[in-house]
Ligand binder design. Sequence first.
Ligand code: AHR
Length: 344
Amino acid sequence: MKQSTRINKIPVIFLAAVLFVMLMSGWALGMFTDIEEEPYVSEDADRIVVGVSQLGSESMWRTANTESVQNTFTQQNGYFLIFNNARQKQENQIKAIRSFISQRVDYIVFSPVVETGWETVLQEAKEAGIPVILMDRNVDVKDKSLYVTCVGSDFVKEGEKAGRWLENDLKRSGRQDSEINIVLLKGTEGSSSQIGRTKGFFEVAQTHDNWNILAQEYADFTSAKGREVMESILKKYSQIDVVVSQNDDMTFGALEAISESGRSVGVEGDITVISVDGTHEALSMVADGIINVDIECNPNQGEYVSDVIRMLESGEKVEKQYYVDEDVFTADNVTESVLSERNY
Ligand code: AHR
């Protein structure tokens, strides 16, 4: 009995050894790649690496734009984001872009602080084979192949919307033939939002001989500068009928200056206020009749940029320009639901 048991155990041990060798060689030959290879794959290997150069943090709009980028280019969405804030300096943006090139990112996304002066660095990106996507603002370059596409707002249209709204409002109040004194608070000098909004507004203004542009000054898209510039304009001019401010932050500063000067604003006041952006705070003021109209500029552009990247990844052809959806807000359409949905 004992002997026969020992004899029976030999093939069992032999078979187990053969099986063990087969299993080990199977693993070595990659038969179980799905299970076994996972730990060896770097976590970031399949992610799309995106270098984003944001121009600064001058306004509420900009903060929302940055949040939109950071919420979109997440690891869960398949991205690895390298983010840089240039603090309003073109040289910082150029440095950031050069560092993205040396890190060999898959895409460069940037929001140019001004339109000119980008040829050299964009040429460097092109030579490195890295596609550049402009976000929010545009660049003024002869060679359009230096960037793949631009995702942003139609700034000329925004300026034109401001002009058309004023035209209609003056008609509605029977003042279409009266002398109208207008002050323009402009954003960062040389930025495409400032250039486009000014152009669009003047396209309408030049068709009205009775629109008198008293002053047009740069106030850098900031509340502090908006207040400072408005204070000095108020000292110079006693009769101001309309303030066209190219963003909400400058509007907030200007409203403080106007209120301190003892003049009134809004639907019931002396000075009509036209603003741009459509932030939650400004839309609340529209609902309260303090700001007459707010031309929306949509900062939620991260997902639009991501869509373009996905198209490029799948070899699709992309357009040279994509515009985000934007509305015009007066007290008539700033509803509770508009306010509650506003994330900036
Ligand atoms: O380029 C978009 C403009 O830049 C926004 O209107 C303004 O708020 C921001 O700073």
